[in-house]
Design a protein around this ligand. Structure first.
Ligand SMILES: [Zn+2]
Length: 272
């Protein structure tokens, strides 16, 4: 009999293979260069992409591009100049998803981070309004339906850029995914499956669960919810502080707690 962890690795491997197949057909439908499709045979990359994709429910092509088609492989002339009219990028803070001069959609440059895409400062505390306005602007410029009269090459770029903008918006809008992303930018990976072993927290979570189970009236549930919400807020602030001080261990610990409290809130909401 296979041990539980081996079974898990095994099923992930199978899923990654299946995923790779569907990604291959997806990319060939987008008519990507054979150079890109041939590199998908690397199974480590496929597994990595698959896990990202499952965890974040994002379009396959986008994760493939993020994992493999790094800025290193994007030729410099494509990074700095418009492929259509040769207009050069103004600054390194210019996301250059589409050319301001001829409006042609550009290929993805993964050296551009999500904050640059929305033209906001790289800080944990962000205003949703800034994000949403710019998001709508990009969608207007990149939406596949709006570029259907363009060449196949440009439609391909638009599909990828549009997926990138959706993913960037989704990541930055949510406090936990934004926190994880900011650590990722610092080169720090958080093992999302690692559980907390703090006995105090475990007891607390169990108590919350019991209270939710016993609660019959919505006002009781709402009270529990607002209590958990304020704890979540405290840990969110702790995360921001730890990140600011570049104390990444504390930052990771805060994220894990945020996830526990968020899950607890979801359980309350389910009962409401
Ligand atoms: Zn141009």
């Amino acid at each position: 009999m296979m041990s539980q962890s081996r079974e898990k690795v095994w099923s992930q491997g199978i899923a990654a293979l299946r995923w790779r197949k569907s990604l291959q057909s997806h990319l060939s439908s987008l008519k990507h260069s054979s150079k890109i499709t041939s590199t998908i045979t690397n199974s480590t990359t496929a597994t990595k992409c698959y896990r990202l994709c499952i965890n974040r429910r994002a379009p396959l092509s986008f994760y493939y591009l993020q994992c493999n088609y790094s800025s290193k492989s994007l030729p410099d002339d494509l990074k700095c100049r418009c492929w259509n009219c040769n207009q050069s990028k103004s600054t390194s803070l210019d996301p250059f998803l589409s050319c301001p001069s001829c409006k042609a959609v550009q290929p993805i440059d993964t050296s551009i981070d999500y904050f640059v895409i929305f033209g906001i400062e790289k800080k944990y505390a962000i205003k949703d309004g800034n994000l949403d306005g710019k998001y709508k602007d990009w969608q207007k410029k990149l939406h596949p339906d709006l570029v259907h009269t363009k060449s196949q090459k440009e439609r391909g770029y638009a599909a990828e850029q549009s997926a990138l903008v959706i993913e960037a918006h989704r990541t930055l809008s949510h406090p936990i995914s934004r926190a994880l992303y900011m650590l990722q930018l610092e080169g720090i990976d958080v093992d999302e499956e690692e559980t907390l072993s703090d006995p105090e927290l475990i007891t607390e979570i169990m108590e919350i669960r019991e209270a939710v189970e016993e609660a019959k009236e919505s006002n009781v549930l709402n009270e529990i919810k607002s209590k958990i919400q304020s704890k979540l807020e405290n840990w969110t602030n702790s995360f921001a502080k730890a990140l600011n001080n570049r104390n990444f261990e504390d930052a990771k610990n805060s994220i894990r707690r945020m996830k526990y409290y968020e899950k607890a809130i979801q359980e309350v909401v389910k009962k409401l």
